[in-house]
Design a binder for this molecule. Structure first.
Ligand code: SF4
Ligand code: SF4
Length: 142
């Protein structure tokens, strides 16, 4: 059982806040304990800034409850759902366009490479021919 020194108590209510079984209340500016509810957990002793609470010998009926877990009402669980993900605008035409570009690339790219390679080879042979005729002309004139 606890004892509250009314001379020291300033009525701040800190003990009422921490009592897990609601055994304390403020009456006319002073904390008052309900001996039948008190579990002697000493939470109010630790919370009191005025050291106005002390523990006294437990009555026989309270001894059985001392040290038992505090009886708190089940906390209210507030579930906050995340907001729905923003919808991404999907164009139905986009996948078809990508597939078409890929198909054209597959068909035409090898052909483009082949033509480019032929052009380069023909230019290279033209260059060789023209260089050879220039050499022959120089030799003939000398
Ligand atoms: S000892 Fe525990 S149960 Fe008793 S009044 Fe203080 S806080 Fe409440
Ligand atoms: S915490 Fe201490 S001072 Fe504050 S109301 Fe309770 S007994 Fe009084």
């Amino acid at each position: 059982m606890i004892h509250i020194n009314a001379e020291s108590c300033n009525g701040c209510g800190a003990c009422v806040e921490v009592c897990p079984v609601g055994a304390l209340s403020i009456v006319q500016g002073t904390a008052v304990a309900d001996a039948l509810l008190c579990r002697a957990c000493e939470a109010c002793l630790l919370a009191c800034p005025a050291s106005a609470i002390s523990i006294t010998a437990l009555p026989a009926v309270m001894g059985a409850y001392a040290g038992l877990p505090a009886l708190r009402p089940a906390p209210e669980v507030v579930r906050i759902e995340p907001p729905p993900a923003p919808e991404v605008a999907h164009s139905a035409a986009l996948p078809a366009l990508v597939a078409a570009v890929a198909r054209v690339g597959q068909q035409w790219l090898p052909r483009v490479v082949e033509v480019a390679s032929q052009v380069l080879q023909s230019k290279a042979s033209d260059t060789k021919l023209s260089t050879g005729s220039r050499h022959r002309r120089r030799r003939g004139s000398g």
